[in-house]
Design a protein around this ligand. Structure first.
Ligand SMILES: C[S@@+](CC[C@H](N)C(=O)[O-])C[C@H]1O[C@@H](n2cnc3c(N)ncnc32)[C@H](O)[C@@H]1O
Length: 207
């Protein structure tokens, strides 16, 4: 079996994952909230999911989703508002592949990132892709930077879908895909078409 990647890397300072600080630093201009809003349900368009599947070979778990969203994502197992990703163990196994596009509200996004890192470090899955806004000045973004192996910054704003599979207008940010796992070079090759891919070096930290 291939060895698990070591996290965090030695050249990146791992930040403490504190719920208090994560709540404090969310998306700019948004008031942190623990309630799901409509913008928490923007679905990932298929072309990006094709790339996620091409890198990992499939998606075993989508921890933040709904039955409707999973008609597009096609994860083998899902967690939802009812069966919350904050309460359930992710248990995807050492080779389990996770795709996470968390709710966008500041408080929920930060909590989701904390949860993802907790589960990653507890070896509840072996490979993952995280899709979030490119909020490089937030603590939660830097928590991801400190532990991932590659990042793709999209050269555009993703035109997310609603439940009717129509494009949603009003996305005011670019996005970033974080890769966790042993296929970092494959991720770089495949995600190069969506933006520029970087390997984090140096110090990750809050602005
Ligand atoms: C941005 S959408 C992403 C949906 C899907 N993963 C995708 O990429 O198309 C976030 C989803 O998380 C769900 N959600 C909100 N809170 C959750 C929780 N505590 N546990 C699991 N899912 C949750 C929302 O209902 C919503 O469907």
């Amino acid at each position: 079996m291939t060895a698990m990647p070591k996290t965090p890397r030695s050249n990146i300072v791992a930040l403490p994952v504190s719920t208090a600080s994560a709540h404090r630093l969310g998306y700019i201009g948004r008031v942190p909230t623990s309630k799901a809003r409509d913008a928490d349900s923007w679905f990932t368009p298929p072309e990006y999911l094709d790339s996620v599947r091409a890198v990992m070979g499939g998606i075993d778990l989508d921890p933040f989703t709904s039955e409707t969203a999973n008609e597009i994502v096609g994860a083998k197992r899902i967690l939802t508002v009812e069966q919350s990703a904050f309460d359930e163990d992710w248990k995807a196994g050492p080779r389990g592949r996770v795709f996470m596009n968390p709710p966008y509200s500041a408080g929920l996004c930060a909590r989701a990132v904390n949860r993802f890192i907790d589960q990653w470090e507890a070896r509840q899955f072996g490979e993952g892709v995280v899709l979030v806004n490119n909020a490089t000045d937030t603590r939660w973004f830097n928590v991801l930077v400190a532990r991932c192996t590659r990042i793709c910054f999209t050269h555009h704003r993703i035109s997310f879908w609603n439940a009717d599979r129509k494009h949603i207008s009003g996305n005011t940010r670019g996005q970033a895909f974080f890769y966790f796992g042993r296929n970092a070079d494959k991720f770089a090759r495949i995600f190069g078409k969506h933006g520029f891919v970087v390997t984090p070096v140096g110090e990750a930290g809050p602005a």
